[in-house]
Design a binder for this molecule. Structure first.
Ligand SMILES: CC(C)(COP(=O)(O)OP(=O)(O)OC[C@H]1O[C@@H](n2cnc3c(N)ncnc32)[C@H](O)[C@@H]1OP(=O)(O)O)[C@@H](O)C(=O)NCCC(=O)NCCS
Length: 164
């Protein structure tokens, strides 16, 4: 995908996350969350047979975002997604989430779940625009007493034409 930034076009590609990416990934993670994942969380995803973590890279191969999904039988889960601050608002997260939906669909998934803080309006809006809908709430799920909103993307509801 081409992104326009300060009068220049930048090419964004997506590839599988590798251990060598973790310094850059952790820098974005620490800048993005009040309770960031540590290196071991990401290493677990890299080792898990169900997980397929991805990074978005710009043309110089710097990491500008990442996503940690899992697909277990028919159920996809998005555990983590973040975009480097200076690349936000340009469609990188949408690109990552849509790529995960494509991969889950191709792998036999029927539904993809995620949890998001109820205060994270930007993320909730992003997921809604992509086709997720809120299905529930986990009360006081987060360390600060905040609720989690459960959201899901259902392939059969969203792509009814494919079901025939
Ligand atoms: C949430 C996050 C991943 C979004 O990444 P992003 O690359 O900026 O998102 P996108 O550019 O793909 O935005 C997609 C949509 O979200 C909306 N959006 C993105 N940033 C926004 C902002 N700052 N204000 C308002 N809306 C915004 C836009 O409406 C956009 O819609 P469009 O595709 O119709 O234009 C990013 O803000 C981030 O890393 N936040 C910190 C970590 C986090 O909260 N992760 C999610 C945890 S569940």
């Amino acid at each position: 995908m081409m992104l326009k930034m300060q009068n220049a076009f930048i090419e964004i590609a997506i590839r599988t996350m590798a251990e060598a990416d973790l310094d850059e990934v952790l820098a974005i993670e620490n800048d993005s969350f009040s309770l960031p994942w540590n290196r071991d969380h990401f290493l677990d995803e890299l080792k898990s047979g169900y997980a397929f973590p991805l990074v978005a890279i710009e043309q110089e191969e710097a990491i500008v975002g990442y996503i940690c999904p899992r697909l277990l039988l028919e159920e996809g889960h998005i555990l983590n997604v973040a975009v480097r601050r200076d690349f936000r608002g340009r469609g990188v997260a949408r690109l990552l989430v849509e790529r995960v939906l494509d991969d889950c669909r191709a792998g036999g998934g029927t539904v993809v779940f995620l949890e998001v803080r109820q205060s994270n309006k930007v993320a909730i809006d992003l997921y809604r625009k992509i086709g997720f809908f809120a299905t529930g709430r986990r009360r006081k799920y987060y360390e600060n007493g905040e609720d989690a909103i459960l959201m899901e993307y259902d392939f059969t509801d969203n792509e009814a034409g494919d079901a025939v």
